[in-house]
Design a protein around this ligand. Structure first.
Ligand code: 9MR
Length: 458
């Protein structure tokens, strides 16, 4: 009872109500960067050539009309090294070409080494067929169960366990790392490639070991300890995005991942995913899901702090057919803004959960994902907030005149129109101007240490 009263008093006083602000991701000028964008795209997993559906004009539209400044771009070990010991250079050239479509426009690219259900051959996508192992027991899991239940298929468990038990077949992790290094080599001269997401939704195979924490404490940690230094020997500029296990944590359970250490530099972004149970298992967004979401946030807060990292919500998504899908989406996005954290929506494929219908017109989800947000802040970001109904944006930051680049605020043309009003207060000397070609409001402050307030409204 005493505890409840204490929490209530603390909440009323605003002590626990404040979400924790995460460590900033910084660009080459030292500005604080916030990333908003899409995963591009789920459809690449099993399409011929393993590329997403996009053409360059679709990327141009994201940049010009939608105001997103980032993409989480899916690549697959099985597409990079389909035959053991030989890289598919044609695939890699296509990845490079598509990555450039974004980076030529100043959009940031996070490379995601994707997998679901271990890999090609035994599961869905990820590892090459030659890196899968088989058992005689097959197909126990009915197709109509949620797709991730396929992780319980014996051949999938067997493959995962063989991969994680390094000494059992060292070549598997060694080749995974080598494939990563080929990607690093391919992209490292591109400054807008902001980082590498080491493995999508790592899963341990053995369910009990995974849920009880042994998988993250031992197997996953050991793999990260091999992969991170190998990448760092080649590239100290990029951020390392690392994930906890997906099973359970996506729903809001705590992760058991110990502190993951960088080497040489410290540029780490914790990159968990969020899928409340109702998204995967059925039903609408109910008060109990709201509570689970609050729990998801509290746990991720604790873990991000322990990891001394920045935070990217690498995936969240749902069908806009669900009742209150808009409230759910806004609860997530407001939570991310409060923490000054970044996000990438799952996924950019047209139709289904995507922000575009099949005919490429905006879907109901589009209007939830378009937000005014600071893409780069020259100084210390205090807070920012966007009210999607009134379309009012407010932000406060402390200027730092040693940063020789402007503060940039993305104002999506599709939702905010061509004309909007802005105010800047708190600075004696500043220039603010609209850069229509880049969907930005630019603010250059020359006061060394002023508390600046910006508002934008239609
Ligand atoms: O949304 C995707 C669904 O259509 C696929 O059947 C499934 C398996 O490939 O993957 C889904 O995407 C998942 C992503 O790959 C990993 N995180 C959770 C995503 C949504 O379930």
């Amino acid at each position: 009872m005493k505890k409840i009263v204490a929490v209530w008093i603390a909440t009323v006083l605003g002590v626990v109500a404040d979400a924790q602000v995460v460590a900033p991701i910084r660009d080459a000028y030292g500005r604080t960067v916030i990333l908003h964008g899409l995963n591009t795209a789920g459809g690449a997993k099993n399409s011929p050539g393993h590329q997403p559906w996009i053409q360059e004009k679709d990327v141009e539209r994201e940049h010009r009309d939608l105001g997103w400044n980032a993409v989480r771009y899916l690549v697959f070990w099985g597409a990079i090294e389909p035959k053991k010991d030989s890289f598919d250079e044609a695939y890699l050239a296509k990845v490079r070409e598509r990555v450039k479509w974004y980076t030529d426009r100043g959009m940031y690219v996070i490379i995601d080494m994707h997998q679901d259900v271990y890999g090609y051959g035994v599961g869905d996508n990820g590892a090459p067929e030659w890196a899968a192992t088989y058992t005689r027991i097959k197909n126990l899991i009915p197709d109509k169960w949620p797709w991730w239940m396929q992780n319980m298929e014996p051949k999938v468990i067997h493959s995962f366990v063989t991969f994680w038990k390094y000494k059992k077949r060292k070549e598997l992790q060694d080749h995974y790392i080598r494939s990563w290094l080929r990607v690093v080599d391919l992209l490292r001269d591109d400054p807008y490639v902001i980082g590498y997401d080491l493995m999508n939704e790592p899963h341990g195979g053995k369910v009990i070991k995974t849920l009880a924490g042994g998988f993250e404490r031992q197997w996953l940690t050991a793999m990260y300890k091999r992969l991170i230094p190998a990448i760092r020997r080649e590239d100290t500029m990029r951020y390392i995005f690392f994930e906890p296990r997906s099973f359970g944590t996506n729903f809001g359970m705590p992760s058991h991942l110990p502190k993951v250490n960088d080497t040489i530099v410290h540029k780490m972004v914790y990159a968990p995913h969020c899928y409340m149970k109702f998204v995967d298992i059925g039903g609408d967004y109910k008060p109990k899901d709201k509570k689970s979401l609050a729990k998801w946030f509290r746990r991720r807060d604790r873990e991000t702090q322990m990891q001394q990292s920045s935070l990217l919500l690498g995936e969240f998504g749902l069908s806009s057919q669900k009742k209150d899908f808009d409230k759910y989406t806004q609860d997530i996005l407001a939570g991310m803004d409060q923490r000054q954290a970044s996000w990438t929506y799952w996924s950019g494929d047209p139709g289904g959960w995507g922000p575009l219908n099949r005919d490429l017109t905006p879907s109901p989800m589009m209007w939830q994902l378009l937000r005014v947000f600071p893409t780069a802040v020259a100084g210390q970001l205090v807070s920012f907030h966007f009210d999607p109904a009134a379309k009012i944006f407010e932000m406060e930051y402390i200027s730092d005149d040693s940063i020789k680049a402007p503060t940039l605020i993305s104002v999506p043309r599709l939702s905010m129109g061509d004309t909007y009003h802005w105010t800047v207060s708190g600075a004696e000397h500043y220039i603010a101007s609209r850069d229509a070609a880049n969907n930005n409001l630019q603010i250059m402050v020359s006061d060394p240490h002023a508390r600046i307030r910006v508002t934008i409204r239609p």
